[in-house]
Ligand binder design. Structure first.
Ligand SMILES: Cc1cc2nc3c(=O)[nH]c(=O)nc-3n(C[C@H](O)[C@H](O)[C@H](O)COP(=O)(O)OP(=O)(O)OC[C@H]3O[C@@H](n4cnc5c(N)ncnc54)[C@H](O)[C@@H]3O)c2cc1C
Length: 289
């Protein structure tokens, strides 16, 4: 079925207005941002909201702001804006790597970072980026706002800590010295979802990796982070052996499944290779930053 069930539509004039509509209509209501995940699900009748609350006029949710030691990205910021942003390119180059391989210009012109994180698709690229950057998200309800670390945001596929009567408003990424990051993805064709992908961030001083985040996409990793590989890398001076060791540990920790994108064995092989490459490139970027 490619036609959604009937629904009502309301254009929220502010976040408070959207929150009031959510509270009024309860389970029947859904936020719509770019619509590139929600509308296909409605067309397939996997979801049937009775009211769509459009937040596209909530312009205070659309910003990329460097604020001291925090990079703040509004939830309504489009993929295309992230791809074009010099600030993102300088502070989170892995996000630009990822944006180059997310869908196509039609999706990137409309799809939002908040929609991506709230959709919580296991193949979704920006969640891995935010996991590996140790980001936090800001969630607002009628009683105020709370900040949730990425590893508490996703409760499982398509399930998040954002409650029915809440809205994600911002993503906050810590800005630390000595940083470098990179994202490596293999897909079946340009613009497709990942068969597997790895996002790595490092923070270095005097040639040593002080801290590292290694996120994996679409390979069944609980909480998104390859913790065993991170533990092996932290405190070490990087070289080819270390990159390969991290790749091997990431591949051991993940739990991919056979599907139309490839076999579990192939995905595990990709995970090792992509982690190795992303770590190598993140270190190079940290050295030249
Ligand atoms: C053809 C195609 C290819 C794609 N390829 C890729 C890909 O390769 N990699 C990838 O990562 N993604 C891919 N996507 C997904 C795309 O990135 C997402 O659809 C999009 O970013 C989701 O954002 P949106 O703004 O469209 O969300 P919407 O579809 O508007 O919303 C998605 C969900 O999030 C909720 N929501 C949205 N914003 C908020 C908010 N601020 N607070 C609370 N809840 C909210 C909605 O209620 C809904 O449940 C693809 C999509 C398409 C259609």
């Amino acid at each position: 079925m490619q036609v959604p069930a009937p629904f009502e539509y309301a254009r929220a004039t502010s976040v408070d207005h959207a929150l009031a509509l959510l509270a009024e209509r309860g389970e029947e209501a859904r936020i719509i941002a770019g619509g590139h995940s929600l509308l296909p699900m409605m067309k397939l009748r996997l979801v049937r909201p009775e009211l769509l609350i459009d937040i596209n006029d909530c312009v205070d949710l659309d910003h990329i702001t460097e604020d001291g030691d925090t990079l703040r990205i509004g939830a309504l910021t489009r993929h295309a804006a992230l791809l074009a942003s010099d600030t993102i390119g300088r502070l989170v180059p892995m996000m630009v790597d990822a944006e180059h391989v997310i869908a196509d210009p039609v999706v990137r012109n409309r799809g939002t970072i908040g929609g991506s994180l709230c959709q919580a698709d296991p193949g979704e690229d920006l969640s891995t980026v935010c996991d590996a950057m140790f980001a936090e998200v800001v969630i607002r309800g009628r009683d105020g706002e709370r900040t949730v670390p990425m590893d508490d945001l996703h409760r499982g596929p398509y399930e998040t800590a954002v409650e029915q009567d809440e809205i994600m408003t911002e993503i906050r990424i810590p800005v630390r010295p000595g940083a470098g990051s990179a994202y490596e993805k293999v897909e079946r064709r340009i613009g497709d979802w990942a068969i597997a992908a790895a996002g790595v961030s490092v923070w270095m001083t005097n040639g040593t990796i002080d801290d590292v985040g290694i996120g994996l996409t679409a390979v069944g990793l609980d909480d998104g982070l390859a913790t065993a590989a991170q533990d092996a890398v932290r405190g070490r001076a990087p070289d080819e052996d270390l990159y390969a060791e991290a790749g091997k540990l990431a591949a051991e920790q993940c739990d991919p499944v056979d599907d139309q994108r490839g076999s579990a064995t192939y995905k595990r092989h990709l995970t090792a290779e992509l982690t190795t490459r992303a770590l190598r490139r993140a270190v190079e970027r940290a050295r030249t930053a």
